[in-house]
Design a protein around this ligand. Structure first.
Ligand SMILES: Cc1ncc(COP(=O)(O)O)c(C=O)c1O
Length: 340
């Protein structure tokens, strides 16, 4: 084996990683069209509608409602489903804080269920014991390069008459048993924040197959307004959480390359899985059986210092010295940002 770069050897990689985010000609063309039109925002939000429809269609959902970010998307889904103060919402704590803030902001109570050790998603075997008469919903988070056990989640939510919401913020373009993530529950949301694999700087979207729910969600996003042709008549106290046509234009460009990029990220992560599995002292995330396409945001793996004989800090320093960008994630985890 070559001498480690950390000990003065030649680094494995000397080429810089590409910057992220970066626009291709596709995003620029869509953006130009919007800039040169008179449809920038609310009154001619055609690009927003187009993106909402196309993103929904890609994942196999009937409705896609773009919004300002996934944090507010999570809160609005709960509000539109009628979750109220004192209601309990089951979720996990190993997630972005935004999964929890929506619950707290409406006065509901997050009930935490442990995660699986092999993929860090909610342990579906431990959900039922946490269900009480106050439980109204489950928010399942597809985290990093893992998908939740969707069949079990759908079954539990049906059996206990709970709403299943998928926090799919990190996994656009992922499919389980050929069905897009975000479509297994009553609704689900995605994030287009700057680090995400599909991004407009900021942004989010909610998917659902339920027409009335989609109209209510839209109303919460758009100051309580009811659109022409909507069948709901109930006005709600909404806010302005709209996406602009500029953001939607960038996302339309990225949607065109989503499949190609997801394929590449997936094949890179499968390669890393195969190679890292050979190293005693490194634990990789297990891929859920039935996954047909797995988007990858950060690639994470766990190191076992007691087996490797070195600390996580030293391990990351050695990777950095070899020219591999890493970020320390949670204690004992290392993440690699896939930049393609
Ligand atoms: C799992 C998860 N949920 C929710 C969010 C919130 O997304 P946003 O930053 O678009 O509000 C993020 C990421 O930022 C996330 O990773």
């Amino acid at each position: 084996m070559n001498k480690l770069a950390l000990l003065g050897g030649k680094p494995i990689r000397t080429k810089a990683f590409p910057i992220w985010p970066r626009a291709t000609d596709l995003e620029k063309a869509y953006l130009n069209k919007v800039v040169n039109s008179n449809g920038w925002g609310i009154f001619r939000a055609n690009t927003v509608f187009q993106f909402g429809n196309e993103f929904a269609e890609y994942h196999g959902a009937s409705y896609g409602i773009p919004c300002a970010n996934a944090t507010i998307a999570l809160q609005i889904q709960l509000q539109a489903l009628g979750i109220q103060k004192g209601d309990e919402v089951i979720t996990t704590i190993f997630t972005c804080i935004s999964t929890i803030t929506g619950i707290l902001n409406i006065g509901a109570i997050p009930i935490f269920v442990d995660i699986n050790e092999n993929d860090y998603c909610i342990d579906t075997k431990k959900i039922v014991e946490k269900i009480t008469e106050h439980t109204k919903a489950i928010i399942a988070v597809h985290l990093y390069n893992s998908l939740c056990e969707l069949d079990e989640l759908v079954e539990i939510s049906k059996n206990h008459r709970l709403f299943l919401i998928e926090d799919a913020a990190q996994v656009p373009g992922s499919f389980y048993k050929d069905k897009g993530v975000g479509t297994y529950g009553i609704c689900g949301s995605f994030s287009f924040q700057e680090a995400k694999s599909m991004t407009s700087g900021e942004g989010g979207i909610i998917l659902t197959n339920d027409r009335e729910l989609s109209e209510l969600i839209n109303s919460y996003i758009n100051c309580g307004r009811i659109r022409e042709g909507d069948i709901i008549t109930r006005r709600v106290i909404g806010g302005n959480y709209r996406m602009t046509n500029f953001q939607a234009a960038i996302l339309l460009g990225q949607l065109e390359v989503l499949k190609e990029r997801t394929d590449k990220r997936e094949s890179n992560s499968l390669y890393l899985n195969k190679e890292l599995k050979k190293i005693h002292g490194i634990k990789i995330n297990e891929r859920l059986e039935g996954t047909t396409k797995q988007g990858c945001y950060y690639y994470i793996f766990k190191i076992q210092p007691e087996i490797l004989g070195i600390s996580k800090d030293l391990f990351t320093l050695a990777l950095e010295a070899e020219g591999i960008q890493t970020k320390k994630c949670f204690p004992l985890y290392i993440r690699i940002h896939f930049l393609i």
